[in-house]
Design a protein around this ligand. Structure first.
Ligand SMILES: *Cc1c(COP(=O)(O)O)cnc(C)c1O
Length: 495
């Protein structure tokens, strides 16, 4: 299977080449030339397999230039030791039609671990296959969870370095502490003045600076991205939608072929795109429900066909969704427009120049058939956490609560009784202060760690070990740069 850019179909790459490059040189994103099909029979076969085996199977359909042995090594990261559960991504049944797919049992307590534990191994194999001998340098802009998950995935992985930039405004206290205390010999962490888009713009500029890239190559380095624009991030995310469906089949919650809805709290559009890709492959998915916080650019886009990022930016209680440019949407547009590179290029250049674009009616109609979009405020996020806790004794993190709230709106509007899986993207302990306040715990004058303890007492959930440990780690990184200065930090780390 070959991959090409959403902006140029001529240049075809293998999967490992696409993963190694991350972002195409023309600024486009790599997409597979077609989607492998999975039948109901295949799904029934997968139901009997472990998570690792399911992952090797699904990855094998896309990453055809990796050997079975290599993929088995890649998916061997999905262990009970790393994910604190045999299921890796367990499905929690809330009521007769609502299920949470818990994607936060990994080492950093958020769903990004699902892909970022596997990606370093996909990348190091890719580097070996390329034969260039270059050391892989991962550059990442993060709105919080990516950074830590990437750092954990790459730390001390031979032949790699990792540098993470996070927005000075817009990550939680715990998220920041997780990053600035990062261990490992091959890591760098630096804050960027501004918000996530500033950090992402700064990093994108380095990737598209051809001269600088040449200079790095001559020094034996090659830049790559661990952002959700890398296809090596997307592919492992497709796996858990199959795994959730299989688990529901095995528990006789659904019968084979029965359609389910998927709700995804969305930021960069990576997680929900993976669900869409699963649908294209044949997983019986009815509606994809795209949930946003106050930064509701995607809600407006789904409802009107107009993408417009010229608007107020809000720092919210669900910071990993505080995004005005959802990069992975480009892949959806490309697919929905029938692999039309010139259209995709046009929309993206309008976005870059004017901050907005409008898709034609036919595209808008297609998007509306597949997706339903909604958003909610921080206040409603808190109320959803409280209501869910009161009714079910189940604690949601703010991102997942946005998903639940938007799903409730969807039910009110459509009365659709289809069984529905809500992607649960972070442990509530990662956002303990907001969650505790929402369910009525008095947080005044309490330290982050006292709050963790109290939340644990009230909810009878165990504090995840990686969060508990933060208390005792030293701060290793304390720099802040403007988005124009990121290159100098890269040079600092590489020298
Ligand atoms: C990254 C993240 C999201 C958004 O996922 P995208 O793939 O960027 O849409 C949602 N919730 C949490 C907790 C995250 O870390």
């Amino acid at each position: 299977m070959k991959y090409f850019s959403t902006r140029d179909k001529e240049l075809k790459l293998s999967a490992s080449e696409a993963i190694l490059q991350g972002l195409s040189k023309d600024g486009g994103l790599f997409v597979p030339e077609n989607f492998p099909k999975v039948t109901n029979k295949d799904i029934q076969m997968l139901t009997k397999k472990t998570y690792q085996e399911k992952a090797s199977y699904i990855l094998g359909l896309f990453l055809t230039d990796y050997t079975k042995e290599e993929l088995d090594r890649v998916t061997s990261v999905y262990t009970k030791e790393r994910f604190e559960t045999d299921n890796i991504a367990p499905v929690y049944k809330l009521n007769s039609r609502t299920y949470f797919l818990e994607l936060w049992h990994g080492p950093t307590c958020a769903f990004k671990d699902m892909a970022l534990q596997a990606l370093p191994h996909l990348l190091t194999y890719a580097a070996k296959k390329s034969g260039s001998g270059h050391e892989v340098v991962i550059l990442t802009a993060t709105s919080g969870d990516t950074g830590k998950a990437a750092l954990e995935g790459f730390k001390d992985v031979e032949g790699t370095k990792i540098i993470v930039f996070y927005p000075e405004k817009g990550v939680s206290e715990i998220q920041k502490l997780q990053m600035v205390t990062q261990q490992g010999k091959n890591v760098g962490v630096c804050a960027v003045f501004g918000n996530f888009d500033d950090a992402q713009t700064g990093v994108k500029k380095i990737f598209t600076d051809l001269e600088y890239n040449k200079e790095l190559n001559s020094k034996g380095y090659m830049l790559s991205s661990a952002n959700s624009i890398n296809f090596g991030r997307l592919a492992p995310q497709i796996v858990y939608y199959f795994s959730a469906y299989c688990d529901m089949l095995a528990n006789e919650e659904i019968s084979i072929g029965e359609q389910v809805n998927i709700v995804v709290p969305t930021g960069n559009f990576g997680n929900i795109l993976a669900a869409y890709y699963a649908k294209l492959m044949g997983l019986p998915i009815a509606r994809l429900i795209c949930a946003s916080n106050q930064n509701n650019v995607l809600t407006d886009f789904i409802q009107t066909g107009i993408y417009n990022k010229n608007r107020m930016f809000f720092t919210t209680a669900s910071p990993s969704m505080d995004i005005l440019i959802s990069s992975n949407l480009e892949r959806l547009l490309f697919n929905i427009s029938g692999n039309d590179t010139s259209r995709t290029k046009l929309w993206m250049s309008e976005l870059a120049e004017n901050g907005k674009y409008q898709v034609p009616d036919i595209t808008e109609k297609k998007i509306k058939e597949l997706f339903w979009g909604g958003y909610c405020s921080d206040l409603d996020t808190a109320l959803t956490i409280k209501d869910t806790f009161d009714a079910y004794n189940y604690v949601l993190d703010p991102h997942t609560a946005v998903g639940k709230n938007v799903y409730d709106q969807y039910l009110t509007e459509t009365d659709d009784q289809t069984k529905t899986i809500i992607a649960s993207t972070a442990s509530p302990f990662k956002f303990a202060k907001f969650v505790s306040e929402a369910i009525g715990i008095d947080v005044k004058n309490k330290s982050e760690f006292e709050i963790l303890q109290e939340l644990s007492d009230v909810s009878s959930m165990r504090i995840p070990k990686p969060l508990q440990e933060l208390n005792s780690l030293d701060i290793r990184f304390s720099c802040t740069k403007s988005k124009e200065e990121l290159k100098s930090y890269v040079n600092e780390i590489l020298s």
